[in-house]
Design a protein around this ligand. Structure first.
Ligand SMILES: C[S@@+](CC[C@H](N)C(=O)[O-])C[C@H]1O[C@@H](n2cnc3c(N)ncnc32)[C@H](O)[C@@H]1O
Length: 261
């Protein structure tokens, strides 16, 4: 039997990798790049494999019918599971509701969280919470210095005088939700994550100089938190790229992408 050209598989893989990298990153989807911030205007699953980064911190669509400007937050269970699946092997912190993460991410991919915390806040509907769920990396609570609650307590006063701070607790209440009247509120966007929450997650898992990716960037708040803490940042957002432009006060050409998932 005649044998075809015997090209080793690794060359074929490299060929496809480079082809995709050039096609997607250089030509089409990379819309902004400096040494500290890169922005892609596309669906994350199209390019994530070609990117170099240390951690992911993200707040994916919740699939509970939130009303975004351009994105429809109501996929079938199967499509929503598929949307999250490419994230399963990365060092990642996800902001979500734990019961949904278990249903759509842990069970289908047979993975379990390395740690989780509850971010509790007051809202119009009373007290609520969301979970910060980490996979493939170990958050270090010692990196977070929280304020003591009872600062008038004698023992606490002594600890403060000694330069000590309260260590992070598994649920915390010191970061308010972004409300319409909040200084950082971006107009016409639902479900904006506070910069302080991003900062807390960044400090929990990464160190200065690391690169952090947000594959569901929304208004691009992760970039602000990364700048504040000397981390590099990559943002990916298909539908709200003009909001990122405005918020970060930067300029680039962008393409309108339709929500056709
Ligand atoms: C919950 S929002 C993120 C909000 C963000 N944390 C903030 O504070 O502004 C989820 C975002 O994911 C985007 N999105 C939906 N499908 C996507 C996909 N396949 N790839 C990348 N981003 C996607 C939506 O357009 C939306 O802006």
């Amino acid at each position: 039997m005649r044998r075809g050209l015997d090209i080793p598989q690794r060359f074929i893989n490299t060929y496809w990798y480079l082809r995709d990298k050039i096609f997607y990153q250089v030509i089409l989807m990379k819309v902004y790049e400096t040494t500290d911030l890169t922005i892609y205007n596309c669906k994350y699953e199209d390019i994530i494999k070609t990117l170099d980064f240390d951690y992911i911190i993200t707040d994916p669509p919740y699939n509970i019918g939130y009303k975004y400007n351009a994105y429809k937050d109501n996929l079938s269970d199967r499509k929503y599971t598929e949307l999250l699946k490419p994230l399963k092997n990365y060092k990642i912190g996800i902001i979500h509701h734990l019961k949904h993460i278990i249903k759509y991410f842990c069970i289908p991919n047979k993975i379990s969280p390395s740690d989780n915390f509850a971010w509790c806040y007051n809202s119009m509907m009373g007290r609520q919470h969301r979970d910060l769920v980490f996979f493939n990396c170990k958050p270090n609570k010692k990196n977070i210095r929280m304020e003591y609650i009872n600062k008038n307590d004698k023992r606490i006063k002594k600890r403060i005088a000694e330069g000590k701070a309260r260590q992070m607790t598994t649920f915390f209440t010191d970061i308010p939700q972004v409300k319409n009247v909040s200084k950082e509120k971006v107009k016409n966007f639902t479900n904006q994550i506070p910069i302080k929450l991003y900062e807390r997650m960044i400090k929990l898992i990464s160190k200065e100089g690391d690169t952090i990716l947000d594959p569901f960037a929304g208004t691009g708040g992760l970039a602000i938190a990364c700048k504040n803490l000397n981390r590099k940042c990559i943002l990916i957002e298909p539908y709200h790229i003009d909001i990122i432009k405005q918020r970060l006060n930067i300029n680039f050409k962008s393409t309108k992408i339709e929500n056709n998932i």
